[in-house]
Design a protein around this ligand. Structure first.
Ligand code: GDP
Ligand code: IMO
Ligand code: MG
Length: 427
């Protein structure tokens, strides 16, 4: 049985954690392949709610091996506190594997993230301030620190020194900050080495061997398609590839092994941080979506910007990820609206545009063209099959499916594991 990818089809927070957790009991490995603790994945199991940042949501399924792939950036202090928090709640985390090639978010990467955002002023990205961008920048600049470096003090010291040299110049001369001492950073990082040692592994080998043995591997994306460094709304993006290709580079599993790519799609749209968002609402409807949907960031606690469903974006996600399925989440949040507008195309400088414009300038001007679908008022949270949904909810789902270009194979009608309608099996 081959590999599946599960990723965000919009700007993140689509419900990836819940969807991963739902499949966690039926798969052998769940792998995070990019991003870091900028992610906030909420999983609700019974009356227990878990907020996961760095750990794959599969960690909550006892039979599943959670893996942090080489494409992830790891803040060791966050990882260790997330692990101990779960242990305190009785979750066994001993099966976790971490790639020795994953890059480490150092304290100076976090500092650089914060000062550069402040320096950008009103042009800031609105990052999570977790050091994500600077850590990926160090990786690409070939001055990054990897997990495996924690086990060679001499190499670690040389690498930290090389990386910090230029940053201290920048921090002191440009940003008027104090320099950071190499020894202090090395000491802190070495302090994590022993605690992380039991988890560090050659995850590329482990995952490929597992696939040879017909084990099921699920890749869990962080963020979302429109936050992708290549395919998102650059520069208002994160610094990695949440799109499907990222699952390969971020894990060392080849594309021929991937059989399904599932896009998690919210029944409306949200975004955190700065950047264009054509269907954003500034009125009572936007406030109601935020209130009813509980749209507040899991990582930073910021209110999420809310708007109607955007089919142009969904089609784009289908295209750049080669989506085979959608998992539509939070349909229950739309209960109660008499009419539900859905964006079917954009108007850009007086012209109707059906597909996402490649020009950033055009996208910033895009005005949504809406079609309005009739709503429903019945409670749908207990629905177990598509037939249980009111006719108008069925029609809303069918319309979204037609506009988005891939079958909707599951529908979320509440945050809990069992509040899901399965239409086509993912496995
Ligand atoms: P992620 O980052 O993609 O994992 O999503 P988040 O956890 O940041 O945000 C999704 C929120 O919606 C969480 O609070 C989930 O518990 C919740 N959620 C997921 N699916 C559904 C659903 O179908 N209905 C409702 N009402 N809530 C959902
Ligand atoms: P999950 O996995 C929503 C956003 C930030 C900011 C931009 C860059 O929970 O869906 P970064 O710290 O990554 O450099 O910030 O990306 N962002 C997210 N928005 N959900 C996330 O993760 C996000 N991770 C980053 O708000 O706009
Ligand atoms: Mg989230």
């Amino acid at each position: 049985m081959p590999a599946l990818v599960l990723l965000g089809a919009q700007w993140g927070d689509e419900g990836k954690g819940k969807a991963t957790d739902l499949l966690g009991g039926s798969v052998d490995y769940v792998v995070r392949y990019q991003g870091g603790n900028n992610a906030g994945h909420t999983v609700v199991v019974g009356d227990q709610k878990y907020a996961l940042h760095l750990l794959p949501s599969g960690i909550l399924s006892p039979t599943c091996v959670p893996v942090i792939g080489n494409g992830v950036v790891v803040d060791p202090s966050v990882l260790l506190s997330e692990l101990s928090g779960l242990n305190e709640r009785g979750v066994d985390t001993s099966k976790l594997l971490i790639s020795g090639n994953a890059h480490i978010i150092t304290p100076y990467n976090v500092t650089v993230d914060k000062v550069t955002e402040r320096f950008l002023g009103k042009r800031k990205i609105g990052t999570t301030g977790r050091g994500i961008g600077p850590t990926y920048a160090d990786k690409i600049n070939r001055v990054g620190i990897r997990v495996q470096d924690l086990y060679d003090e001499s190499i670690l010291t040389q690498k930290v020194e090389a990386s910090l040299g230029a940053k201290n110049q920048m921090l002191t001369k440009l940003y008027n900050r104090r320099a950071i001492a190499t020894e202090q950073v090395v000491e802190e990082l070495l302090g994590y080495a022993e605690k992380l040692a039991p988890y560090v592994a050659d995850t590329v080998l482990v995952l490929n061997q597992a696939l040879e043995e017909n084990k099921v591997v699920l890749f869990e994306g962080g963020q979302g398609t429109l936050l992708d460094i290549d395919h998102g709304t650059y520069p208002f993006v994160t610094s990695s590839n949440p799109t499907a290709g990222g699952a390969c580079t971020g894990s060392g599993v080849g594309p021929t092994k991937i059989s399904r790519v599932i896009g998690i799609l919210k029944a409306y749209t949200t975004r955190v941080g700065a950047g264009p968002f054509p269907t954003e609402l500034f009125d009572e409807d936007g406030a109601a979506l935020r209130r009813i949907g509980g749209e507040r960031g899991v990582t930073t606690g910021r209110d999420r910007r809310c708007g109607w469903f955007d089919a142009v974006i969904a089609r784009y996600a289908t295209r750049v990820n080669g989506l085979t399925d959608f998992f539509l989440t939070k349909l229950d949040v739309l209960t109660g609206w008499e009419q539900i507008p859905v964006c079917v195309a954009y108007e850009i400088d007086g012209k109707r545009v059906e597909e996402l414009p490649y020009s950033q300038t055009d996208f910033h001007h895009a005005k949504p063209i809406y079609e309005t679908l009739p709503g429903w008022s019945e409670d749908i949270t207990k629905a177990k099959s598509f037939a249980d949904l009111p006719k108008n909810a069925q029609n809303y789902v069918k319309a979204l499916e037609e506009m988005s270009g891939a079958p909707i194979s599951a529908i979320g009608v509440g945050p809990g594991r069992d509040e899901t309608i399965e239409i086509n099996s993912f496995l």
